[in-house]
Design a protein around this ligand. Sequence first.
Ligand code: NAP
Ligand code: GDD
Length: 343
Amino acid sequence: MAKVLITGISGQDGAFLARGLLEKGHEVYGAMRRGSTSKTGRLNELGIRDKINYCTLEVTEFANVQNVLNEIRPDQIYNLAAQSFVADSFQFPHYTSDVNYMGVLNILEAMRILKLDTKLYQASTSEMYGDVLEKPQTEKTPFNPLSPYAVSKLGAHSLVVNYRQAYDMFATSGILFNHESELRGLEFVTRKITSWLAEIKLQGKDALPLGNLSSVRDWGYAPEYTDMMIKMLEHDKPDDFVISTNTEYTVRDFLFMAAQEVGFDLHSEGEGLEEKCFDRKTGKLIAYVDPRYFRASDVVYLRGDNTKAQEMLGWKPEILAPEIARRMAIYDLKKAALNTPGL
Ligand code: NAP
Ligand code: GDD
């Protein structure tokens, strides 16, 4: 049994990871920053809220990070804390960098100064590939970031490589492609789609505004990805691993798949800014392009080659985008029927 600290435990991945670690018999410490409302909704949803030892952590405060690490002295740290919404990083580039880059530096420095023999997992991201220089992307594909979020994560990724080399730390980065679930934040496109469609269907909400419908993503299922985080730290040496499904779907594909589950049969009319999606049966407008959701620069194609993880970690993704859309739509239909706000 290991003593494990998860930063960002209140987020989507934090909740699934905590459940996976508890199932393996580990002692889980969950680090949260203070807030004025409860942040244990996802942990409650998974039935594990009372099985975690909580501590307060603000990753941008070095002294706080050092104190928490010194107090817990964990065998493993999963650093999931981040300002994780790419669109917001254009509005808050300094803040995004403080959390996503300085936060990681704080953890690495605290580990070094305290001489902790701790394994670190860093949440790196496919967003670092940006304007992709190769298709599909592997661990060797050069990075070419397109957002303050991606730049901050690339800086953190480089720090992890450097601390691994310089101080022989067990510091691993998972380059995870987009992963979604019923517990995904409502602002990310998949959950925005499923929650909104369910509310159109059951609560008469107005049509759904979206940005770039042609953007391509390699979407996987979050609980499978957090299981791979555990495998990465169980591996005998630290490394970088791409975790992806090696499939590709557009935002439009995801919208149409989710709509089908909700009971809409969509077709598109118009192109670019004029594109509108109607339900064939009723002729009702369901979704439309709204330029407010375009980004200053957008990553428009991601597809990950997961060969290394398959060969070295035994990775085999089971749940792909059509099934993810189905599960998320079913979950959000239930929420809308009960009129309970999403997590
Ligand atoms: P998420 O749902 O947005 O969760 C982010 C977590 O970070 C939340 O618990 C949040 O706490 C915490 N946090 C934010 N700022 C903090 C701060 N200053 N100090 C301490 N904690 C802070 O994100 P996720 O989808 O679970 O993703 C987990 C990690 O994987 C993130 O680092 C993300 O960038 C990375 N990632 C995600 C994906 C994906 O597709 N999901 C893919 C690649 C990489 P609050 O509840 O207080 O906001
Ligand atoms: N959020 C959002 N809202 N995105 C939209 C919308 C919309 O209304 N319309 C189109 N999109 C497009 C975005 O422009 C982007 O190309 C794509 O849908 C996916 O957007 P998000 O779901 O917000 O995810 P992301 O790819 O930007 O970032 C997520 O995945 C990264 C891994 O590649 C986040 O989880 C990041 O934290 C993660 O690192």
